[in-house]
Design a binder for this molecule. Structure first.
Ligand code: PMV
Length: 360
């Protein structure tokens, strides 16, 4: 697939008004995307677990408008009008207009709600952009008048999501999604996420992710700024090579169910992501003291027990605690006894891997 494959031919149907509802989850990267080229093309391939309960539900209502000369829309979060969300969506619409030429022909009312609290420090961009992109694809499907296969629908929804927020393109499917060209992964692409195509051992089915909310505040440095600091970063090229090789190693890990190797790769990826931030110019730190306390507690717990619990981080202070389904009881007890104390107001979210966007 190339970019041109996502430019539609003339639509055959006329639709005056209607609505679509989609829900789409967040995702957590195991091999991290950090650094991008123009048009949200990643510098290296990444792979993520799709989440299940952390998701956004979006209703897109649309009605045909008189002229075609501007984008016209309103955004609501939990029923409340959110004009401060508009610039981000306007930018998204501008980026995708060439691929969805109907955008200026409609007024859109975008109503969205998240299952996780807005101020939890969990970014809603992946779930939000992928839910909106899916709604827009439903409209395109109705307008097109020719058969749109599910495969094309999902690929284009992922392609559009990427233009909204890079990692959002990994939220359309599950339970493991690869984004970015990798020589050993058939079908992988810089343009959209694809379902991981190889064998995955039973050990990784229903994997748990308990998200410990260490700091619910706004990030001091946005991921857009962070990605840009990878340009001219002294360690960038080595980091991009490392991501390719970590993803290669994971292929065997997923096949054999080797949890010890999984832990090494995933924790190293998390710390490398933050090492890139700390060695950027200007440098910055998103981890908090409690992030490190939790990491140390996890390491001590692993030493004392046979547990395969491990952690990963996204671009913030919160800790994603990952563990196999078979260890649910043991690790939940550990979290309650030893880790909850480090969460802001004792808050955490129990999630597990899931299967992507759904039309409601
Ligand atoms: O999708 P963005 O631009 O918010 O970047 C996300 C980057 C990380 O969450 C840190 C890593 C990843 O691959 O999701």
């Amino acid at each position: 697939m190339t970019v041109k494959d996502f430019i539609p031919t003339a639509y055959k149907n006329l639709i005056e008004k209607g609505s679509y509802i989609w829900s789409s989850p967040s995702n957590i990267a195991l091999v991290k995307y950090w650094g991008k080229k123009e048009h949200q093309i990643p510098e290296n391939p990444s792979i993520s677990f799709t989440l299940d309960s952390c998701k956004t539900t979006t209703t897109l209502r649309f009605s045909k408008k008189e002229n075609n000369n501007e984008f016209l829309f309103d955004v609501f979060l939990d029923g409340e009008k959110k004009d401060d969300f508009k610039p981000k969506i306007e930018t998204f619409f501008k980026r995708i207009e060439a691929y969805l030429p109907f955008l200026k022909g409609y007024y859109f009312k975008i109503e969205t709600s998240n299952t996780f609290p807005h101020s939890s420090g969990i970014a809603s961009s992946a779930s939000g952009m992928s839910a909106l992109a899916s709604c827009l694809m439903s409209l395109e499907r109705s307008l097109s008048g020719v058969e749109v296969t599910d495969e094309y629908f999902t690929q284009k929804a992922s392609f559009l999501s990427r233009l909204g927020s890079g990692s959002a393109c990994r939220s359309l499917e599950g339970d493991l999604v690869v984004w970015g060209k990798h020589d050993e992964i058939d079908g992988s692409s810089d343009l959209f996420g694809v379902k991981y195509p190889f064998e995955v051992h039973q050990n990784f089915k229903n994997y748990n992710d308990t998200i410990l909310l260490v700091d619910k505040g706004e990030k001091q440095v946005s991921s857009t700024v962070g990605h840009n600091l990878m340009h001219n970063h002294p360690f960038a090229q080595e980091r991009f090579k490392q991501a390719h090789s970590n993803l290669s190693s994971l292929i065997d890990v997923f096949k054999t169910g080797d949890l010890k190797s999984f832990i090494k790769i995933v924790e190293s990826e998390a710390l490398t992501l933050h090492a890139m931030m700390m060695t950027s110019m200007p440098y910055f730190i998103l981890m908090k003291p409690n992030t490190l306390e939790i990491i140390n507690k996890i390491w001590v717990f692993r030493q004392k027990t046979s547990s395969n619990v491990c952690f990963t981080l996204d671009a913030g202070a919160n800790v994603h605690v990952l563990y196999p389904e078979a260890e649910t009881e043991m690790v939940n007890e550990f979290i309650n006894n030893e880790l909850v104390a480090y969460c802001q107001n004792g808050h955490y979210i129990c999630d597990r891997i899931g299967f992507g966007a759904k039309q409601l």
